[in-house]
Design a protein. Structure first.
Length: 269
């Protein structure tokens, strides 16, 4: 997440470098400290810097407080009864909690490589304990998407992978996005949080368009967040149907789904 907000914690001197480990060499990740701040009834997660990695309104812990997180749910325009949903990059568990509550018949899997993030989500962001429907796993997202057991499994895959430097997604290679596509069912949808004001954006879009049949972007929000939506097959949007579906989503969830369709409509002009 790329909104700037000063942490009330002491600033860290942590700086992360590129994670270019070879796949045949076990990774030894070095994590920035997990820090928190609160302002106007909202609790924020940081990795020792001013960059916000997620947020939760204390009086509405299951609500998606940040607009980009709401946009990450735009796959709902195409799937109203998903069976399996996956989240890569836990953040404050906002998307994981929302999916878990909103789709009581779906199995939700969340992946994060940092054990401290999982612990903080459980203690400070009201992440439920694992059960028959919820699995929060400490694991490298690359290993998850390359695992054959996860292929062809998910109707929705949400990717939000940033480190303390917030210079762009930490996984953005063809190998990674091909793994994401492999994890989706034939009609599955990927949503990914990108940084529109950074050179990493063009690279990610190029790779996404190489791997996926159709890639669309919603309008930029916050300080540069752009949510891309990707489909395995080439897709022609049926805007009247999408607006009808958006009305249902807004009625059921209060998410601003019509604005998502407005944004998709702009890509068709």
């Amino acid at each position: 997440m790329l909104i700037k907000r000063k942490s009330i914690e002491a600033e860290s001197n942590y700086r992360s470098g590129p994670t270019a480990a070879k796949r045949d060499v076990p990774r030894k990740p070095k994590f920035a400290p997990v820090t928190l701040s609160e302002h106007d009834g909202v609790r924020y997660l940081h990795f020792g810097t001013e960059w916000v990695q997620g947020a939760m309104r204390l009086r509405k812990p299951d609500w998606l407080e940040l607009e980009y997180a709401q946009q990450m749910m735009a796959w709902m325009l195409f799937h109203d009864h998903p069976e399996k949903i996956a989240q890569l990059g836990l953040g404050t568990a906002a998307l994981t909690k929302f999916c878990y509550r909103q789709f009581p018949n779906a199995k939700v899997t969340a992946i994060d490589v940092n054990p401290a993030v999982i612990m903080v989500c459980e203690s400070m962001f009201k992440l439920p304990q694992n059960d028959e429907r919820l699995k929060v796993i400490e694991m490298d997202a690359m290993d998850f998407v390359l695992d054959n057991d996860n292929h062809d499994q998910f109707q929705a895959l949400q990717v939000d992978l940033y480190d303390a430097t917030a210079r762009g997604p930490v996984l953005d290679t063809t190998e990674f996005y091909q793994g994401c596509a492999d994890c989706l069912s034939a009609d599955g949808v990927l949503t990914v949080n990108l940084f529109g004001d950074h050179p990493s954006f063009a690279k990610n879009i190029k790779v996404l368009r190489y791997v996926f049949g159709t890639v669309l972007c919603l309008p930029e929000v916050h300080d540069g967040n752009v949510v891309a939506i990707a489909f395995k097959q080439r897709l022609k949007l049926d805007l009247p149907v999408l607006y009808e579906r958006a009305d249902t989503i807004e009625l059921q969830t209060k998410l601003p789904a019509r604005t998502w369709v407005d944004g998709l409509a702009e890509t068709q002009k």
